[in-house]
Design a protein around this ligand. Structure first.
Ligand SMILES: NC(=O)c1ccc[n+]([C@@H]2O[C@H](COP(=O)([O-])OP(=O)(O)OC[C@H]3O[C@@H](n4cnc5c(N)ncnc54)[C@H](O)[C@@H]3O)[C@@H](O)[C@H]2O)c1
Ligand SMILES: *[C@@H]1O[C@H](CO)[C@@H](O)[C@H](O)[C@H]1NC(C)=O
Ligand SMILES: [Zn+2]
Ligand SMILES: [Zn+2]
Length: 364
């Protein structure tokens, strides 16, 4: 053990359980893994709760390129277990949310008020931390990270820039949604799209992210919010959260853009595509579609969403955590359809595939 300062405390490798994906199109396998101590400027986190997002499934299916074996999961709440040298923004015991878009606050993207796609993000799927190595081992093999977070594990290690401290009193099994689904959708409406009062919005896809877009449109004062989904079971929740009407493309023979045009007298001002079934890595694709007639889902190209501004992601987190406790402004409960113990992760994915769940939260 090192005797430099307090660092000997952190030299311990933790053995714990994690859901490992050994290869494409396979179920998760709960394995004992070894989690190395955090290196300089890194933080080791004990995960308290983690949501299942469609993005994790994209890795299973190969739509998002990753190395294998890998630990996915990116929407979580945790508590800092230990910190590496030079970490100043969090300390052991702090409640945190990992950030899959790190915020180094130094790069061009971080300094630009219009965007926050930090250059330290793992957009290429390399699956390692800054020094080029992983902190996970299983059966003698390195296991890769996912989007600098990896939360389907009892313990993970992330860079200090990939973590945001939250209020200690925030309920872990709810605020984990702020780590991805809620912030992405809500932020898309209020920050990226800048939905205006009285406007008409169309939201394609009523999963956890799409419903969060609806919450954002509503809070921005949109007067008409049309939800579109193939699965009509999603309508009830969408209507409860602020959609004024919901339609299924299955009920129409003509293109849905024509249907929308007729329904609204051509007044849809904002269109959000929140399905994301594309071959390449997709982040939420937002089309501010005054020319929404041109919106043809088959022709949509993946658009790298670079406008989640720093304030979109981090300040929504902040706002919500404060607001959550102070005013209960955002009802994240509505987005959580299932809560399961972590070891039932495969069941959680089955609920996603069958269209029964909005968000399943896994607890530890
Ligand atoms: N910041 C980001 O970049 C970011 C964050 C989160 C999620 N995402 C992506 O956003 C998308 C949505 O995520 P989610 O977790 O809400 O997914 P989800 O699977 O829970 O929801 C998608 C919804 O779209 C519906 N749908 C599928 N095909 C459709 C079609 N052809 N027409 C109409 N509706 C259709 C499904 O029935 C489902 O209700 C995913 O692709 C995910 O990877 C991106
Ligand atoms: C994120 O992952 C990429 C590639 O795996 C790596 O190069 C980068 O340093 C990581 N960033 C952080 C903040 O961990
Ligand atoms: Zn996600
Ligand atoms: Zn940066």
């Amino acid at each position: 053990p090192s005797t430099i300062g307090k660092s000997f405390l952190y030299i311990i490798v933790i053995k714990c359980k994690a859901a490992v994906l050994w290869e494409l199109n396979q179920p998760f396998s709960i394995e004992e893994i070894e989690v190395a101590p955090p290196k300089a400027k890194e933080v080791r986190i004990k995960i308290l709760a983690t949501g299942i997002c469609r993005t994790d499934d994209h890795v299973i299916k190969g739509a998002i390129v990753s190395k294998f074996p890998v630990i996915v999961g990116h929407e979580a709440t945790g508590v800092v277990e230990s910190i590496g040298e030079g970490v100043t923004t969090v300390k052991p015991g702090d409640k945190v949310i990992p950030l899959f878009v790190p915020q180094c606050r130094e790069c061009n993207a971080c300094r630009n008020p219009e965007g926050n796609l930090c250059i330290r993000s793992d957009i290429t799927g390399c699956g390692v931390l800054a020094d080029g190595t992983t902190r996970f081992m299983c059966k003698g093999k390195p296991v890769y990270h996912f989007m600098n977070t990896s939360t389907f594990t009892e313990y993970t290690v992330v860079d200090e820039s990939s973590v945001a401290k939250i209020d200690a009193a925030a309920p872990a099994e709810k605020v984990c949604l702020i780590g991805c689904g809620f912030s992405t959708g809500y932020g898309a409406a209020i920050k990226t799209g800048k939905v205006t009062p009285g406007s008409t919005c169309a939201v394609f896809g009523l999963g956890g992210v799409g419903l969060s877009v609806i919450m954002g449109c509503k809070s921005a004062g949109a007067s008409r919010i049309i939800g579109i989904d193939l699965n009509k079971d999603k309508f009830e929740k969408a209507l409860a959260l602020g959609a004024t009407e919901c339609i299924s493309p299955k009920d129409f023979t003509k293109p849905i853009s024509e249907v929308l045009s007729e329904m609204t007298g051509d007044t849809v001002k904002y269109t959000f595509e929140v399905i994301g079934r594309l071959e390449t890595m997709v982040r939420v694709k937002i089309q501010e579609a005054t020319k929404y007639q041109a919106l043809d889902l088959h022709k949509l190209k993946p658009i790298f969403h670079i406008k989640i501004s720093k304030s979109d992601f981090s300040s929504v987190i902040f706002l919500v955590c404060v607001g959550f406790l102070a005013k209960k402004k955002f009802d994240l409960d509505q987005l959580i359809s299932h809560v399961l113990p972590f070891k039932k992760i495969n069941e959680g994915f089955e609920l996603l595939y069958s269209g029964q769940s909005i968000r399943t939260v896994l607890t530890f």
